[in-house]
Every structure is written in structure tokens, then in C-alpha cells.
Design a protein around this ligand. Structure first.
Ligand code: ZN
Length: 494
């Protein structure tokens, strides 16, 4: 029996608003589509959360034995300044400001996104398609929707007919929005508006003469609407129906609602079986935004160069910080919370070193099988990383007491504990050792060893007061010293 059959993996489906047992359509294959970035600016905290969340899912699906095809797109055309088909294309605007060709902007920010993801140890997806590389697929899908009667042409643009669609299907089914409210909130279409109704959205937009990114179509020169790319590309690479579609909660409406409507309008049925959404990041309790001055890029976090930051935070600290919260909860960034995450991460990494040095002995208090079962149960419960990390810290406490001699573990149990602990920390949570930490760690070790060697001399001279003081001061830093017959041992305690 393979691991995906043994493990009952539950995920929260946004569509049904329930935790559901994950059952792949064609096991052992699993398909995952996640909305990637619109590449017109430096990657920031808002990019890191979906990337880490769905990297965790990708890693876990693979661990369970699924041959997972993970498609994460790059939006390089069609995402306008307003989600309601208004304003300039975000990439074109940046290109104008920087006097660059739009594809130079795309390449530049795609590279910085990849670099940041790499530092966060986010695995590359199996396929990373670009919207501009799938214009024909998008036109074909728009044509299908038109043929099925759910779109109309107006002055060289093509719009999705939301009201017509809503008569046959339910617009708002995914996001829980009510169409009547949407209509009354967005007002009546203006006289010059081409849309029949203000809630209609563009499948294809006619390019005005100044628009740079444009392609020929039977409706005239133009560019695809933002929502269409994900429907067209997910279908192309994962099939008309596929397992999981993910993304940030901010994409639930209108982007995902429109994607869903497009797939139903084109193919007659839902394309996605499980919709998953990660929650948002706030900074000191506030929404992140350029106008609020709390917009922090990942590079600024890694280097500590933003005025809100009291220090730099390593990529693994950021990753661990995100994993300490459940992906479905909001996550608030503050210097205190990040400092606490860094401390926790150091504790975990030092436990791994202690685990390597630990010698087996008698049977002790720790039940490795139970630990393994608990860890899997946490992950199987909708990627319950906070619970998983709590179990890792429990194991860590045991490992430290076994190391100082107040508990013990048999050789086969120790072997299994090493395997399970490393599996969850490295393979599933995707934590990796950081060069920077290693250097700081080595320096700390050298300094503690130096101080304790001096303490041995102090003891020889029978200055017990000073010797005790060194031990107590070190304890203040969480360093526990154990005196041995002819030397010392020490460890970092939580
Ligand atoms: Zn998308």
C-alpha cells in the first residue's frame, strides 16, 4: 500500500467550505495549479506566503507518493491596474516609467522572483507558463465561451455575460458573493461603457493605439483579459478537470470566481475539484500597502534595510515564521514575532546537531512511533504545521534531556527518531541550513568553548564564585553547562 493510500489527507475546500478527504482523480498522479505573480515589481511578503504554502503542499503530496504536476504561472500581460478591467496594464505602466520594453520588465522581475523563491527554499514548479506565451489558447477558450452564448462582442472587445451565465449556473458560488449586491455596488454601466452590465468582465480587450502589448485576433488587435490565462493554461497542462487550484485569498474574487465561470461556460462543468486559499499577511496589524509605508520587499527583509525592521531576517526565519501559523489564518509580521521565530528555528537546528551526537542507551520515556503518528496526523489535518512544529519541539525537549543524561533512548528508536525528525524538518517543512547561521553558530560555539576552558582554570584556582558566575551568566543566554570529570559539556536549551 502506498503512502497516499495509508494517509488520509484532508484539505479545506473553499468551494464547499469544508475539510474534505483529498482524493486525486487519477492516482498516483495529482495536478496542482497555483496563481503566480504579476511580474511588475520586486517580490514582497505577499508573494512569499502563497509560494511557501503551496510549496509545502507540493512537498507533502510528493511525500505521500503522488506524482505531482505543479503548474504555477507568470502573469506578464492583461493584469490591469484595477481588477475591473480599468486602467493601464501593470507591466506596461512600469515599462513606460522605466523606459523599457515590457518583456524586459517581465524578465527582470521574473528573475528577482525566482531568486527570492530559491532563497526561501521554494521548489520550482513542474511547469511555469507565461500568459503571453498562450495567446492562442486564450483566444480559443474565449471563442468557445462565445459559441456557448456566454460572451458578447462590443467594439472589438469580448465580454463575459455574467447575468446570462448566472441564469444557468451560479455566479458567486466560490467566493460567496451575491450577484445582486455586486450589481448594486458597482452601479449601472455608463453611456460610453461597452459592457451590458457593470459586473461583466473582459475576455479580450481591444488595444487602444498607445497600447504596446497587442496581438491580432478575429475581434481586432488586443490583449487577453486577466482571468482568462489561468483557465486556459490550467486546462492545457492539467486537463479539463484537475485536482487542486490554489492561490491567495485576495484572488478569490474576482479572479477565481471568474476563472470558475469561464471553465463552466466553456466546458460545461467545474474544472477544479479542490480550491485552496492561503490567508493574508498583515504588518503590525495593518494591511500591507505602498501608500501605508509598510510595503516590505523580501530583499529588504533579508538585508534588514527597511525602516520598520529592527534587524535583518534570514530566508529560513521567514519561512519558519510562515509555517508556524496555519496557512488559513492571517499572519501578522512584527519584529517581536520574527525574533521569536528566529529563536525557535535556532532551537530546532541545534536539536538536529544534538541528535547527531546523541548516544543510544536504555529505553527511555519517549515514544518515537507515537511522535511519527502525531506528526503525520498534524499534516493530514489540512497541513497543520503549527501542531506539527509543536510536536517537533516536544521531541526536541526529549532529545536535549537524553543528551544531558536525564532520559535515554534505545539504538533502533534513536535511528528512527533521526529519520523522522529530519524528514519533517528538511523534506516536508522545507527548512534548510543557512550558511549565515552556521557561521554565527560556529563563532558562538568557539566563544562558549573558550569561556568554559577559562572557567576550568578558574576552578583549578578554587575561585568557585567566579566559576559559578560564568555558568549562571551562560544560563542567562540559554546555554546549559554540564560539568564532567575532566571537562565540560554544554547545549542551548529552550
Ligand atoms: Zn490566476
Amino acid at each position: 500500500m502506498s503512502k497516499y493510500q495509508e494517509n488520509k489527507f484532508y484539505i479545506f475546500n473553499t468551494l464547499t467550505r469544508k475539510k474534505e478527504l483529498f482524493q486525486a482523480m487519477n492516482p498516483p498522479h495529482a495536478g496542482l495549479y497555483v496563481c503566480g505573480p504579476t511580474v511588475y515589481g520586486d517580490p514582497h511578503l505577499g508573494h512569499a506566503r502563497p509560494a511557501v504554502t503551496f510549496d509545502l503542499l507540493f512537498r507533502y503530496l510528493k511525500h505521500l507518493g503522488y506524482k505531482t504536476r505543479y503548474v504555477r504561472n507568470i502573469t506578464d500581460v492583461g493584469h490591469l491596474e484595477s481588477d475591473a478591467d480599468e486602467g493601464e496594464d501593470k507591466i506596461e505602466k512600469r515599462a513606460r516609467l522605466e523606459k523599457l520594453e515590457p518583456m524586459e520588465v517581465v524578465q527582470h522581475y521574473t528573475n528577482s522572483y525566482h531568486n527570492a523563491m530559491n532563497r526561501l527554499n521554494v521548489l520550482p514548479p513542474s511547469i511555469e507558463p507565461r500568459a503571453s506565451g498562450h495567446i492562442i489558447e486564450q483566444q480559443m477558450m474565449a471563442q468557445k465561451i462565445l459559441d456557448n452564448g456566454y460572451a458578447y462582442e462590443a467594439n472589438g472587445s469580448l465580454y463575459f455575460d455574467v447575468l446570462k451565465y448566472h441564469k444557468d449556473h451560479n455566479y458567486g458560488r466560490l467566493s460567496g458573493r451575491v450577484l445582486e449586491d455586486l450589481i448594486s455596488n458597482s452601479g449601472k454601466p455608463g453611456v460610453r461603457d461597452e459592457k451590458r452590465n457593470s459586473v461583466d468582465f473582459a475576455l479580450w480587450k481591444k488595444a487602444d493605439p498607445s497600447h504596446i502589448m497587442r496581438w491580432p485576433s478575429k475581434w481586432g488587435e488586443g490583449f487577453p483579459g486577466w482571468h482568462l490565462e489561468c483557465s486556459a493554461m490550467s486546462q492545457k497542462y492539467l486537463g479539463e478537470q484537475f485536482d487542486i487550484h490554489g492561490g491567495g485569498m485576495d484572488l478569490l474574487f474576482p479572479h477565481h470566481e471568474c476563472e470558475m465561470a469561464q471553465s463552466v461556460a466553456a466546458g460545461g462543468s467545474d474544472a477544479v475539484r479542490y480550491w485552496m486559499h492561503n490567508n493574508m499577511v498583515t504588518i503590525n496589524g495593518q494591511k500591507m500597502g505602498k501608500s501605508l509605508g509598510n510595503f516590505i520587499t523580501l530583499d529588504e527583509l533579508f538585508s534588514g534595510s527597511h525602516e520598520l525592521l529592527e534587524s535583518s531576517y534570514s530566508p529560513m526565519t521567514i519561512r519558519f515564521f510562515m509555517l508556524q501559523a496555519h496557512y488559513g489564518s492571517t499572519l501578522d509580521f512584527s519584529n517581536e514575532a520574527l525574533a521569536a521565530a528566529r529563536k525557535g528555528l535556532i532551537r530546532l537546528m541545534s536539536t538536529l546537531k544534538v541528535l547527531d551526537k546523541l548516544e543510544p542507551g536504555e529505553a527511555g520515556s519517549f515514544r518515537v512511533d507515537q511522535f511519527e503518528e502525531d506528526a503525520f496526523r498534524a499534516m493530514n489535518d489540512d497541513l497543520g504545521t503549527p501542531v506539527l512544529i509543536a510536536h517537533l519541539f516536544d521531541a526536541s525537549r526529549f532529545i536535549n534531556s537524553a543528551y544531558t543524561g536525564s532520559d535515554s533512548i534505545t539504538a533502533p528508536d534513536l535511528e528512527k527518531l533521526r529519520k523522522v525528525f529530519r524528514l519533517f524538518v528538511f523534506d516536508i517543512l522545507g527548512i534548510q541550513e543557512e550558511e549565515e547561521d552556521k557561521e554565527i553558530g560556529d563563532l558562538t560555539s568557539d566563544l562558549v568553548n573558550l569561556l568554559l576552558t577559562i572557567r576550568l582554570e578558574v576552578k583549578k584556582k578554587k575561585d568557585f564564585e567566579l566559576s559559578d558566575r560564568i555558568r549562571e551568566e551562560l544560563a542567562g543566554f540559554g546555554i546549559v553547562v554540564k560539568d564532567k570529570k575532566d571537562g565540560f559539556e554544554w547545549e542551548i536549551k529552550d
